[in-house]
Design a protein around this ligand. Sequence first.
Ligand code: CTP
Length: 407
Amino acid sequence: MNGKRALLIIGGGIAAYKACELVRLLKKEGASVRCVLTAAGHRFVTPMTLAALSEDKVYTDLFDLKDEAEMGHIQLSRQADLVVVAPATADLMAKMAQGIADDLATTLLLATDKPVLAVPAMNVRMWLHAATRRNVATLRHDGVTVLEPDEGPMACGEFGPGRLPEPEAILEAIRRALMQPANPLAGQPDFAEDATQRLENRHIIVTAGPTHEPIDPVRVIANRSSGKQGFAIAGALAAAGARVTLVAGPVSLVTPAGVTRIDVETAREMAAAVDAALPADVAILVAAVADWRVDAAPAKLKKEKGPPELNWHKNPDILAGLGQSPQRPRLLIGFAAETEKAIEHATSKRERKGCDWIVANDVSVDKMGGEENRVHLITDKGTESWERMTKHEIARKLTGKIADALA
Ligand code: CTP
């Protein structure tokens, strides 16, 4: 994002603190960030914090005459490549949808001629309220990109959609938004060298998350998997222009923009969904598939009857199956979470499953479900050990390698 300029409008909400991390990440990526705090945002983060992180002046008041003389709000709204609103509160989005301009932030939003990305954060009831639904629909209709909020426990004690997405996910959306061709000729065949669209016209299948194998109507056998790494990979591939089919086990993660998601429960459903999505240029199997299933009882097993007798059956191995398939993707990539001898086990897994690359990580040191990973990429050329990085960074690095391999 070198040289790109973001204007970040920070609304009032407990999630405003995450905007600080977003500023840090944007700066780390080489972007410049200019922050605007609403009066409510001012109550949650201080201009001084944002000024220190952005290394720039922070704007707070429409009627600061000195600034009006130095730089009018029109200019401020146009000197950026992208306007980001995070957190976008229900109130701020309502004003945006109506075109109300009664403070600096909303005036900038009305005056801008640049793309706008809104990242909502609010209480779940407010997010689901008919008024907010209407406002979000209006904003999207007007061309504003409104991200879906994350789902989970909220600062107010309730549970559901409404949490601000993690700064890394916002960064990914910003990257995507900045890559939208500003030049109407970009994207035309003669201009197709755009390095950011290197996977255009490629179809890539990604599996992610765990699978759940029912024991009875209320119990399942499952693997530990948050799905974050697979979702990050799907998002990074889509950002690079690929058509992505994401086959996801039971996880409550937001679908990355531009990705087609198919939700499944069991290993057999996952295998069937992958099969149905073929042909593909690349398949990346990140899912932690349960190796075994049992004959599921039709009614809840009662504990008075003692430990249940379970009839175990082997599940299909989706990766090994693709390795043998006449429709084998040109590049087949597996993941291996190991608790010991990660490289050794993963190397033999690569041979055994007939895949081209294996991404191995040692889960005895890496907390599963965390934001970071330390992985080794095992190919026919040997092993590359990558430094510890976030799952989003791994996703982007892997995307680059895939684009190189297909070039
Ligand atoms: N995999 C799959 N289908 C399965 C099991 C695993 O597609 N039924 C894929 C995973 O998505 C991953 C790779 O195979 O890309 C390695 O998964 P892992 O669970 O480490 O391999 P296993 O064959 O189950 O080996 P083990 O449990 O003995 O370590």
